[in-house]
Design a protein around this ligand. Sequence first.
Ligand SMILES: Nc1ncnc2c1ncn2[C@@H]1O[C@H](COP(=O)(O)OP(=O)(O)O)[C@@H](O)[C@H]1O
Ligand SMILES: [Mg+2]
Length: 362
Amino acid sequence: MSTIEIRKVTKQFGSFTAVKDADLKVDAGEVVCLLGPSGCGKTTTLRMIAGLERATSGDVIIAGQRMNELSPQKRNIAMVFQFYALYPALTVGQNIAMPLHAERLSKAEADQRVMKVARIMHLDTVLDRMPNQISEGEKQRLAVARAIVRDPNCFLFDEPLSRLDVELRHSMRGQIKEVLQGLSKATVIVTHDQLEALTMANRIAIMKDGLIEQVGTPHEVFAKPANVFVASFIGTPQMNLVEADLRSFGNGMARVVLAGQEVEIGANAAVSTLKPSKIMIGIRPRAFTAVQEKASDTIGAQAELIEPMGAETLIHARTAAGGDIRVVVPREKRVKVGEALNLRPDPGQTHFFGEDGKAVRA
Ligand SMILES: Nc1ncnc2c1ncn2[C@@H]1O[C@H](COP(=O)(O)OP(=O)(O)O)[C@@H](O)[C@H]1O
Ligand SMILES: [Mg+2]
């Protein structure tokens, strides 16, 4: 069974801890993205799974077997790096066949495997070309073809699309996802690009400073971020995170003081467990409705900067207390700079965080 599991995996480089107590399980046929800012420990985690880096402590388990001491070759893992190297003097077909040499297949068997993979990766018409005679997208597909030709235990990708231009990256995401879905292997993809993670992954593990902050489906990490970091990291434009004091809670509404205003905001009963001061409230820019009348559940602010984004408009607004609020409205909603806005948060889309930064949920 193709599975990957890491248990309490830690990596120290001297006194510096690059990865701390990482737990993650990837099932057969599942794609998990490791997502986080540069330097948070994604590549180090992947390299420990591959055996290119030895875990300082913890266990690396592949296909049910503990592999901490095994060399990369013995782990039977296919890895695609950001800066993959193709053999320039070999044809596309020969490049795909390279990883098969260790397996001592007959020529007919090897040719068959190459052809099968070439078809999957849409390279069957360019098999006789040299690497410098194919496009960037085809080169990327070739790198993936070489990885999947060997029938490995699992796949590891490190920022596989980051050197492609935007348009190509977009189409490759879909193509790689489709290929992976057909292979029933455990796959880990490292990326710092949330759109890549949200579109390619079955689940996302979000990392910061060597720690896995949350693991969940793309929907879960967006709709139920576990803490302030995940809330601010996932979603564009960024979630508004405003410090507030909690006055009371009842009937699904919390009375809070936020940006100098007392307002009622949709909440769940778990907010009663929070210490009333210095809570953090998170509201996504698309979770507001701008209404005519000021009300007990609206936040007053003034439009400061208007950014058209095509079908939508991003408004940077400022509260009387000087706080910034980002709001996204449909393009039809005309807002002028200086206009007073009454912003009503959707009661079902508010997030409350305690002083420790952790979300409270029902
Ligand atoms: N061989 C190494 N020796 C010392 N520090 C390292 C080494 N490899 C990585 N690091 C450090 O560990 C941290 C995590 O690195 P890395 O896993 O490459 O991050 P990411 O892939 O998320 O950008 C960084 O601060 C990096 O400088
Ligand atoms: Mg990296």
